[in-house]
Design a protein around this ligand. Structure first.
Ligand code: FAD
Length: 510
């Protein structure tokens, strides 16, 4: 039947692309539908004037090198994707707190990172070594959780520290390890990447991510994240999968408690499995007949906090980074070194919280803009409902004022003179992301992580979250949470579940 698929995937974000690549590669008749005319969701690029801007990616985590591959490199290798990735980042982050005189430029490599931390905060090395050890253990333990040998007993035997630490926050564990507060503030600089402050963030998840950046370094595709999305798109097409752009899935069809197809342009397309890269709140709230949605699905979605929101400013500069005096790739500029203060300042406000990440892509990929120019990318975070009541009349003013404040902050904190050299400027707010990604309030981060609801807890209860048969989720709104790596792996999880189900039914021969 022409309108009958093994699997229909809704949304070509990182999660959806990963699922469709995996199911197509495994011989399933796969249809991927995307409401825009290009793939990627957050993982894309856009052109203004003579600049091709990176939309979202600061750093691809757990990448590694061909010789020492991390989880994401293995994922691309498994799909046969060959990418040209710049991995020349020898630094992790540079934390700048003008009010406290802090300029912490932290290197990659465990020994180098620990050495630098000790130099900045004497006495911090022993506790940082322990964090490194736990981070390595967490990475292994998480992989084991997904292996066929996994059981609670086996986990406990192999990784006795895992359940001792699981569920404890970053702050609790670092305090227990006796890490000086000043060192804690430095090593938790990446909290924004996981969208929750250290007091709310699961220690093992943070330690694993931090060590991923320190041990494997980070990477960036030469042609922006759009190259990643196009590479996955190619796998899908090469393996016989179909991709329909400009195609919004309006409804997921459910019969007898099982997903059985989608409606696109008023027409029904049937499938044995439906995978949604659209956020669960959108799916349960507006894409399925309410009569067919179990009460538990509504309750769970409503009990979770929507993930972080962003305002980003993209600048095309008619000067080189050297001429502008920008020598690092990734600056974290904050009003206070205390991440809890940074977080509180970003809650329920639409004002600029004075916390901003500034990236200069040319310091990793020198030729990413025409000669004599460079591109800068500023990101600030929000949590909660600050942007909910912005009216159309005041929107442009608020957006422009926010951009002005962000540029001011970078100029003052880093002693730069940027304004005279701006050739292109683009500003995206939570409203822009909501419109583009179709996610609640515009979050690209799924749900906020809390100690009661983080990867470990979601992993152990994942079966209880399967409310509708043959319906799966991929992307930041799943158990793995936000970020490129997590979204790809969540897509792989969904693809594997579908392939497993088809194998059990005898639907796939190999
Ligand atoms: C400014 C910014 C900076 C970031 N920096 C980093 C970083 O440095 N490192 C990192 O790891 N992560 C970063 N992230 C987060 C990361 O980009 C996201 O967490 C991740 O890409 C989410 O992927 P996803 O699979 O959830 O899909 P999404 O990106 O949310 O895409 C979903 C796709 O589904 C489509 N869709 C939705 N509904 C429908 C429908 N009904 N029918 C058809 N199509 C539909 C949308 O159009 C979209 O293409 C950043 C994000 C932003 C915005």
């Amino acid at each position: 039947m022409p309108n009958q698929y093994d699997v229909i995937v809704i949304g070509a974000g990182n999660g959806g692309l990963a699922t469709a690549a995996f199911t197509a590669k495994n011989g399933l008749k796969t249809l991927l539908v995307e409401k825009h005319n290009i793939p990627g969701g957050s993982a894309t690029s856009f052109v203004r004037g003579r600049f091709e801007f990176e939309t979202s990616l600061h750093e691809l985590c757990t990448l590694g090198t061909k010789e020492n591959p991390g989880g994401i490199m293995k994922f691309f290798d498994m799909l046969g994707v060959d990418l040209e990735i710049a991995t020349s980042m020898d630094h992790t982050f540079r934390l700048i707190v003008p009010s406290e005189g802090i300029d912490a430029d932290m290197p990659c490599g465990p020994r180098e990172f620990i050495g630098k931390l000790e130099q900045l905060v004497p006495g911090s090395a022993p506790s940082m070594m322990q964090v490194a050890k736990y981070g390595g253990m967490a990475a292994e333990a998480y992989s084991f959780m997904d292996s066929p040998e996994f059981s609670i007993e086996a986990m406990n035997e192999r990784y006795p520290d895992f359940f001792r630490l699981a569920g404890h926050s970053v702050t609790e564990v670092l305090d227990e390890l006796g890490m000086p507060k000043a060192a804690q503030n430095i090593i938790t600089t990446y909290w924004g990447y996981l969208g929750a402050p250290p007091s709310e963030l699961d220690f093992l998840i943070y330690a694993r991510m931090l060590m991923g950046y320190i041990v494997y370094g980070a990477g960036m595709t030469r042609m922006r994240s759009h190259e990643l999305s196009m590479a996955l798109e190619k796998v899908i097409r090469d393996c016989g999968g179909q991709i329909w752009y400009n195609s919004e899935a309006e409804e997921i069809l459910v019969k007898d408690g099982k997903a059985c197809g989608v409606v696109i342009g008023g027409k029904e397309y049937l499938a044995k499995h439906v995978v949604s890269n659209s956020h669960p709140n959108m799916v349960y709230g507006s894409m399925i007949d309410p009569e067919q949605v179990p009460e538990g699905a509504f309750k769970l979605s409503n009990s979770r906090d929507i993930g972080a929101l962003f305002t980003t400013v993209y600048l095309g500069m008619n000067r080189t980074p050297q001429e502008l005096g920008i020598d690092s790739y990734s600056y974290f500029i904050a009003p206070s070194s205390d991440p809890e203060v940074q977080y509180r300042g970003a809650c329920n406000t639409r004002d600029f919280p004075n916390y901003v990440i500034m990236n200069c892509l040319n310091n990793v990929i020198p030729d990413c803009t025409p000669e004599g120019t460079c591109q800068l990318f500023f990101t600030t975070l929000y949590f909660g409902h600050g942007w909910d009541d912005v009216t159309p009349e005041e929107y442009a003013k608020i957006k422009n004022e926010t951009a002005e404040k962000i540029i001011d902050c970078a100029e003052k904190s880093l002693g730069l003179n940027l304004r005279p050299y701006i050739e292109e400027i683009v500003v995206a707010t939570p409203v822009t992301f909501a419109r583009y990604l179709n996610s609640p309030a515009g979050t690209p981060y799924g749900y906020q992580a809390h100690p009661w609801d983080s990867f470990i807890q979601r992993n152990l209860t994942k079966k209880d979250e399967s409310f509708i048969g043959n319906l799966y989720f991929a992307g930041a709104g799943t158990r793995r949470g936000d970020g490129y790596s997590s979204a790809y792996l969540s897509g792989l999880d969904a693809g594997q579940e579908v392939v497993r189900a088809e194998r059990q039914k005898g639907g796939i021969e190999r």
